[in-house]
Structures are given as C-alpha cells and as structure tokens.
Design a protein around this ligand. Structure first.
Ligand code: MN
Length: 264
C-alpha cells in the first residue's frame, strides 16, 4: 500500500523526513514535495509554466511547484494508487484561518478533492530545535485509524501538535476540535529601495487572543494536540436559508430546481 507525503516547506525539510521515516512501517512511503519552501502558497496550481520533476531518491521527487501541484502530479502520474496522503510535518502551526493560506493544508485538500483520505499536520517550532517526534507519533496513530475507519468524501483532518516541555516526555493526549480564530497583526511595511522605488512587506505576527473552548487554538494553548475535521463544502446553510428574503433590484429569484439546463 502506497502512502504519499508532501509538504510546503520543501523536499529537504526536517519535518518531512521525520514523517517519512515514522510512517515507513505502515506502507510504501512516497514523497512528492516542492523543490523549495512554498509556505503560504495556499492552493495555487502552476498552469502557466512547466513543472520540472527531479527524482532525488527512488521514491522521492522534488517538484518545481506548489504543494497542490505536487499532489496533483503524484496522484495522476508519479504515485497513482496512493491509499493515503499526509502533508507536513509543517514547521509552525496551521490553526483557525491559517488553513486558507496554508500550503500544507492545500496539499491535503488536493488529495481530499480527488477522493483520497488526507491528513495535514503541523507542529510548533522551538528555537533550540524543533522536536518532530510527538507530531510524527500522533500521525502514525491517526494514519492507522484513517486506514481502518476511512474518512467521508471531501473531508480531511488538520492536526496541530505543540512542542513538549523541554526535557520532559511528550504528553499523549489529543483533542477533537473545531477551527478557532487566529488573529494576526495587520501590517503593510512600506520601504524604499536603493533606486528610490517603493516596496512592501506584508503580514504581522500573531496577536494573543482568548481562544474559545473546543477550538484548535484552545487545545494547543494548553499544550494538547488538536485534530480538526475539515469539510470542503464551504456553503453556509444558515445564510442560504435566509437569502431568499433578499430582493435584488431589477432581478427575479428563480428556484434552482426550476432552471432548465442551457443547450450550448
Ligand atoms: Mn510551511
């Protein structure tokens, strides 16, 4: 059984190699990952330039694209019959609204869109050296559970694992959670280059915000790993029920089931 791994930190990232070695006893591990860091690449696909693939080891490929490119290329060409896809271990959390920007989550989303069960995994980083083992251990257990239990169509798991306190064994607890709200400082830093032109750096640091109980942020804030099930249908049912009360000037609402397909 093939297990496909990708990430957004690049094919040489430590988190990826930890995950690959930890999962080796579960199946045949294949790695298809970006040739350089593509963090915050979200779900971008490279459609306007060629993708180059370098085989760095028999079952390891470096791709000149994004995590979504990697999973697309892997599932359709390089590693067609993967039974499970894991993306990570990302260097840094992917909590709350991070999932919309994250290349790590996008790698898993691409698999889920293609009907392959998927897990995205991220861990906090530590300046003195990140310990990837707790995240890799939890992924091992989760991968086994997913292979046994399966996941519903168009769903995936988003996993975030705190760093264990230094010198102490990692805790074995975890929480099933929902997405919380991660808040960043708004920042547009405008600077002047040596030729007088303006350039910008965007994106501020995380702001400390009280997390709601039951969320991924609440769990990791208490040193406990979070596992959040994500669904790919972003339709908001409550709003869809209320919208028929709206009136759009000059237009008429049509019941969807009354619509005839347009013949082209
Ligand atoms: Mn990353």
């Amino acid at each position: 059984m093939k297990i496909l791994l990708t990430n957004d930190d690049g094919v040489r990232a430590d988190g990826l190699s930890y995950l690959a070695s930890r999962l080796a006893d579960l199946g045949d591990v294949w790695v298809v990952a970006p040739d350089r860091e593509r963090s915050a690449a979200s779900h971008a696909l490279t459609l306007h330039e060629p993708l180059r693939v370098e085989r760095v080891a028999p079952q390891w490929f470096a791709v000149s694209g994004t995590p979504a490119d990697c999973v697309y290329l892997a599932l359709l060409e390089l590693c067609r019959d993967a039974a499970l896809v894991l993306s990570g271990i990302n260097h840094g959390y992917n909590l709350g609204s991070d999932i919309f920007y994250s290349g790590t989550v996008a790698g898993a989303v691409e698999a889920a869109l293609r009907g392959v069960p998927a897990i995205a995994v991220s861990t906090a980083v530590r300046r003195s050296g990140t310990d990837f083992r707790p995240a890799a251990d939890l992924c091992h257990a989760l991968a086994r559970a997913v292979l046994t239990e399966g996941l519903p169509k168009k769903t995936l798991l988003n996993v975030n694992v705190p760093q264990p306190p230094e010198g102490r064994p990692p805790q074995r607890g975890y929480c099933w959670t929902r997405l919380g709200e991660r808040v960043y400082r708004d920042l547009v830093d405008s600077r002047t280059d040596p030729r007088g032109g303006t350039y910008y750096w965007i994106g501020g640091g995380v702001l400390p915000v009280e997390a709601a109980p039951g969320t991924d942020l609440y769990a990791v804030g208490r040193g406990i790993a979070s596992v959040t099930p994500l669904g790919l249908d972003l339709t908001h049912d409550g709003l869809l029920e209320r919208l028929p009360e709206w009136r759009l000037h000059g237009f008429e609402a049509v019941m969807a089931h009354e619509q005839q397909p347009v013949q082209e």
